[in-house]
Design a protein around this ligand. Sequence first.
Ligand code: IPM
Ligand code: MG
Length: 357
Amino acid sequence: MKKHICLLPGDGIGPEILAQGKKVLEACAAKRGHEFVFESANIGGAAIDAEGCPLPESTIAKCKASDAVYLSAVGGPKWDAQPPSNRPEKGLLGIRKELGLFANLRPALMLPELAGACLLRPEAAKLGLDLIVVRELTGDIYFGEPRGTEVRDGLRTGYNTMIYNEEEIRRIAKVGFETAMKRRKNVVSVDKSNVLETSRLWRAVVAEVHKDYPEVALSNMYVDNAAMQLVRDPSQFDVILTGNIFGDILSDEASAITGSLGMLPSASVGSSGPGLFEPVHGSAPDIAGQDKANPLATILSGAMMLRLGLNMAEEADMIEKAVSKALKDGYRTADIMEEGKTLVGCQKMGDIVAANL
Ligand code: IPM
Ligand code: MG
């Protein structure tokens, strides 16, 4: 198969980790007789520096013309002084919106090889962790209008709007239940319906959609309780279905519990058109350019791209196995280093995974 992949290297460690992801995809294509045609485009701070804005029109066009978009990370202190409308993050939010990527899938899995890195007490860690956050990605307080800052009664005042309509909730709820059907058939819908109108509608619509999925167990949890339950016993969760802001927070929490934020991939998909695949972690400007970053979350995002975006499930399995083998063989980047293991840099880790294919 011939597929066009748009690369968005972004900022910080972005370029170096994406180079490893590309290397692994190329090795996989060679092995399986596919052809991946790569095209690169600017996003985030890199785009501000090169073209004056975080999401140039040419980047949107290249993404839309591709079969899948492969992104690493955006942002960094260098662009902190940019006005809110021109921050690197606007590039990421903008491309999600432009491509209609309303569903963000963030699996958090504790690999047996890395159980030692888990931040929980051994009794809790022993229970294991294999969940997926299904996060709505193009609505909520992230995009709600009105928003702004102004002076009210002589005080500087900032405001945003948390807003969802029933259709936005319905389509993400469907993704949540469909995801559960392929897993352990358990959905916990997370909201704050004891306080927020948006959440009350969320809960009602999720219950309506649930009627089409009688095999799936549905329960509701307030977001504060969910944050607590995640550290108390993450093994109780299969699918966490939630809105944009709660999903942002809980997915970082879930991934950090595994002890290896540098390991976790994500997929963002819409109802049609190319999906976008990126690691959950950020651009880590403090270690950029030092060949220290962990490329595995990016490489695993490449596997998600093959499975969910390009219909190449066997190739996705190959990459995931190649990553497991690298870990089983004892190779570790600094963030997941443990005594007795072999410390490798970003490039070397990419080489090892590519060779394992
Ligand atoms: C994420 C990030 C982004 C978000 C930022 C960089 C805009 O935290 O992908 O989780 O909040 O969605
Ligand atoms: Mg986040």
